[in-house]
Design a binder for this molecule. Structure first.
Ligand SMILES: [Zn+2]
Ligand SMILES: [Zn+2]
Length: 632
């Protein structure tokens, strides 16, 4: 992350006013504001500065002496804390609102910065306010925003402040684009639209927007719903865009076949092919998604990766955006999110993204089973699997969901991601339910039942959205009811506990089995390689209790040779794989400015590969269960 220091210049208040502002901070009446209008302009794209103006009309009988404007600390869907206020500059408050198109000179109003994310504006002697600030944005990402000479692409949470205590109030957005730039988002009704109304701030920032001169748009319809595929390519598309749109339609058909027709009339896929080798993201929203691929569409692998992300993000239309954990909306942006359920929200979405890609016909059985096998290999080889449960992983999201760390951590040894762990919990749970019910029910039924109960049929729990959120206990109950068996032990052992998932018990119902084999390169000696450090073989992490730890190796050491033979990233594992248990391997390293010699004493093989195989002796019943699972 770019922790660029901004030179923040704030208006200094007179001491008397400071006192007044400190006295009656949040004294709002609780009445909604008469109006909140955001204006977004971008007069100098090369500066990367978004210009935000917020016009607020106070309630007629407002008694407070100030209003607080606050920048979120994080944004929904990405749970690391990024402190968007660090990119705010030039905050200014004026008394009154200038009528549209008019030029007027408004009086400057005192502002006091209260903390790292909050600006307090005096409301004495005025019934309306105009706030202005700029936000630096130069990251193409579903979490951040980018303005440059090519386009503006924003995630609202990283550029729009909310008025404290007034997030539920309706807001209006007016965008003033540079000449020749067109605006599109998931709530666009007309191609020349420049104004939007949102029921509340949360929905304003749920609507990422692309503004640029040369994006393309394709459309298709499924079940009477209109889908827009907006593509902004910074590299060669290789003639693949039309095929991509057709394959996205297949995914939409497969996913809506599982869930039933979605609630919206129109949905927009906002795709960027960044061609910069580093920008990569996928972010879910109620009527849109932002997908950013690091390569060009024409390049090998990028097309397939884009489909993977589409399958995942579109599943979020139901799982996360509407059927949501209790804590996911409305949000408190003054502190990190705390929920136990991200292994359901993200992990189950990973599972279904892959399964529905198979059901859409974009993968065959082998490709899907290979992907699940790779996920098992990843989780079962990871030291964190033995110590961190799926629920703990979810609660650790602010540390592990793309969080930058200035301080060194031991997370490589102690954490797992709720994405792959949740994916495997879904896989095993799905197959157990299918097996126990002889194919009469599945995890699909559990998900549909949860959607109906919590989203469609529950009374609204807040201003934010229809229905109410669920807890992990709610999923446990729904899964038990659908499967007709008490699954509390499953949840105790595998979602709150760290026991190895009962893969083979689940796979056997469908005539499948899990094979575990020693990896072709069975040793890594506990060395995690830093793949972000190009040109060198640098140690990123050392596994607890490993040969590398015993030998005194540390993160940051650069490996020069193994067994007196020079090694690079490419041949490190192959070279180490030539040794046997009990061998002593000389290793030389660069640390600081010295060369260090050490000896690795290799123990038993450390790395295993897992493969889900079809059993040749599968019964017709098992084959039928398998077909229903893979083909829907
Ligand atoms: Zn763009
Ligand atoms: Zn996701």
């Amino acid at each position: 992350m770019n922790f660029r220091q901004n030179l923040l210049r704030f208006r200094r208040c007179l001491p008397l006013i400071v006192l007044l502002l400190a006295g009656n901070s949040m004294g709002q009446t609780g009445q909604p504001l008469r109006s909140v209008t955001y204006h977004l302009s971008m007069s100098r794209p090369v500066s990367h500065l978004f210009e935000v103006t917020v016009e607020v009309q106070l309630p007629p009988d407002a008694t407070s002496t100030s209003l607080d404007f606050q920048m979120p600390k994080w944004s929904p869907g990405r749970y690391a804390v990024f402190d968007f206020a660090k990119n705010v500059q030039g905050f200014q408050a004026l008394g009154g609102i200038c009528p549209p198109e008019a030029k007027c000179k408004l009086a400057v109003v005192p502002v006091r910065r209260v903390d790292d994310q909050t600006w307090r504006v005096s409301t004495m002697n005025t019934k309306s306010l105009t706030i202005r600030y700029q936000v630096f944005g130069n990251d193409l990402s579903g979490t951040f925003s980018q303005l440059d000479s090519r386009h503006a692409n924003y995630n609202g949470g990283s550029i729009f402040m909310y008025v404290v205590n007034h997030k539920p109030d309706p807001v209006k957005l007016v965008i003033e684009p540079p000449a020749g730039w067109r605006i599109v988002n998931g709530r666009t009704d007309r191609s020349d639209q420049r104004e939007w109304q949102f029921p509340n701030y949360d929905l304003l920032i749920d609507t990422p927007t692309e503004i640029g001169p040369d994006w393309t748009e394709d459309q298709f319809q499924v079940d009477g719903k209109r889908y827009h595929v907006v593509v902004h390519s910074f590299g060669d598309e290789g003639g693949k865009r039309a095929g991509l749109v057709r394959d996205i339609e297949k995914l939409v058909r497969a996913e809506t076949a599982m869930w039933g027709p979605p609630e919206f009339d129109s949905y927009t896929f906002l795709l960027h092919f960044a061609a910069d080798d580093h920008s990569a993201d996928g972010m879910e929203h109620l009527t849109s998604t932002q997908i950013i691929e690091p390569g060009a569409l024409g390049e090998d692998g990028i097309y397939s990766d884009a489909l993977d992300t589409v399958a995942h993000e579109f599943f979020h239309v139901w799982n996360v955006k509407r059927l949501r954990p209790l804590e996911l909306g409305p949000w408190d942006f003054t502190r990190p999110l705390s929920t136990r359920a991200l292994w359901i929200a993200e992990g189950f979405t990973n599972y279904y993204g892959h399964l529905l890609r198979r059901r859409a016909g974009l993968w065959d059985d082998t490709a899907f089973l290979r992907r699940e096998s790779q996920t098992i290999t990843r989780i079962e080889n990871s030291p964190g699997t033995a110590v961190m449960s799926a629920e703990d992983s979810s609660l650790s999201a602010p540390f592990i969901d793309d969080a930058p760390h200035a301080q060194k951590t031991n997370l490589e040894n102690t954490s797992i991601s709720y994405y792959p762990k949740g994916e495997l919990i879904a896989l095993v749970l799905d197959l157990l339910i299918r097996g126990k019910t002889n194919g009469k029910a599945s995890l699909d039924d559990v998900m549909r039942r949860m959607y109906e109960e919590f989203y469609l049929k529950s009374a609204n729990a807040s201003y934010y959205l229809r229905g109410r959120g669920y807890t992990t206990d709610d999923l446990e109950r729904a899964a038990s009811e659908v499967s007709g068996s008490d699954l509390s032990e499953f949840f105790r052992r595998y979602t709150r506990g760290v026991e190895t998932l009962p893969y083979n018990e689940a796979l056997a119902y469908l005539g499948l089995q899990l094979r575990r084999e020693q990896a072709r390169q069975p040793y890594d000696a506990g060395i995690g390689v830093d793949w972000d450090e190009p040109g060198s073989l640098t140690i990123a992490s050392v596994r607890t209790g490993s040969a590398a730890e015993e030998a005194g190796l540390q993160a940051g050491d650069e490996i020069i040779s193994l067994g007196r033979k020079g090694v690079k990233r490419e041949n490190f594992l192959v070279t180490l794989g030539q040794y046997r248990q009990g061998d002593r391997v000389a290793i030389s390293l660069k640390r600081d400015r010295r060369t260090i010699s050490a000896t690795l004493l290799l123990g038993p093989p450390e790395r295993f590969e897992y493969r889900i195989d079809l059993r040749k002796d599968s019964t017709p019943e098992q084959k039928a269960l398998r077909a229903a699972w893979l083909q829907g």
